[in-house]
Design a protein around this ligand. Structure first.
Ligand SMILES: [Zn+2]
Ligand SMILES: [Zn+2]
Length: 274
């Protein structure tokens, strides 16, 4: 069994990740327009009409910007926490709630959320499973917590934030307050923090690592690629672009992995904003 994954865009200008099997797919975040999402999926041989759900990490516009236009054309249900929905004010979306540690089924895909540290109302990350293949999304996180580590250790593939190079951020032109926000415990992960998580907690069955949410001003794809190429071992390193989609990758299951533990599958309730 395999999962097909791609980054459609990754960065402060918009985030959208595709995860699917042969029959159904989900998006994690919808931070680019409907037209651009459709265009990029099409180039990968995929269609937005096959996407059954969109899971939202948090309300920052680089993660929800595309929701209204996607809803207008495709009416794809959005899975979001109640507090994030209130903050994002996505009035027209068909919204369902999720809660941390409570798994949700979308066909054969199982999605479980866990809380993360970020300066948003109710930020979460996800681990998506399909018959023993696990793909994690670790983005917009100020610090590496036990939650992140435990989930990262189960992943055959992971999308991991690698937002900034310490020196470029330090010597760059951002105001001090913004620098402190980025590198504070509720901001973003640095290249060094991402590399440390990878070297210390990578399971030996992790076949692909996608580095994402790279800062335009405080990082570069070359710096990230070089850093991770040196420590990649047998994991393929892919640096996700701020401007275009990656290839579509097939992630295979492996008998050595631990199944993700679920306390049961929850049926989400529909949320309405009045
Ligand atoms: Zn973001
Ligand atoms: Zn954010």
């Amino acid at each position: 069994m395999s999962l097909f994954v791609a980054s459609l865009n990754s960065g402060s200008n918009g985030n959208c990740y595709y995860i699917g099997n042969q029959n159904e797919a989900i998006l994690i975040d919808a931070g680019i327009s409907c037209r651009e999402t459709e265009r990029r999926l099409k180039r990968l041989g995929l269609q937005l009409s096959n996407v059954k759900a969109i899971f939202i990490t948090h309300e920052h516009s680089d993660h929800v910007h595309g929701i209204p236009s996607i809803h207008k054309k495709f009416k794809i249900p959005v899975y979001i926490t109640t507090r994030t929905l209130l903050k994002a004010q996505l009035r027209n979306a068909e919204a369902y709630n999720f809660r941390a540690y409570e798994a949700i089924s979308i066909g054969d895909l199982t999605i479980q959320a866990f809380p993360v540290l970020h300066d948003a109302t109710d930020p979460h990350n996800f681990i998506v499973s399909n018959k023993g293949v696990n793909v994690g999304i670790f983005t917009d996180i100020g610090d590496v917590t036990d939650h992140i580590i435990q989930n990262f250790k189960q992943c055959h593939a992971a999308f991991l934030e690698s937002n900034y190079d310490d020196e470029l951020l330090e010597t760059g032109r951002y105001p001090i307050a913004l620098k402190n926000r980025i590198k504070g415990g509720y901001g973003h992960l640095s290249n060094v923090q991402a590399a440390k998580l990878f070297t210390e907690h990578r399971p030996d069955f992790m076949s692909h690592l996608f580095l994402g949410h790279l800062s335009r001003n405080n990082n570069s794809p070359r710096i990230v690629q070089n850093l991770f190429d040196d420590i990649s071992g047998n994991t393929e390193i892919v640096v996700a672009s701020r401007y275009k989609e990656t290839k579509l990758f097939s992630i295979q299951g492996h008998s050595k992995s631990n199944p993700v533990k679920y306390s049961g599958i929850t049926t989400p309730t529909q949320l309405k904003l009045f």
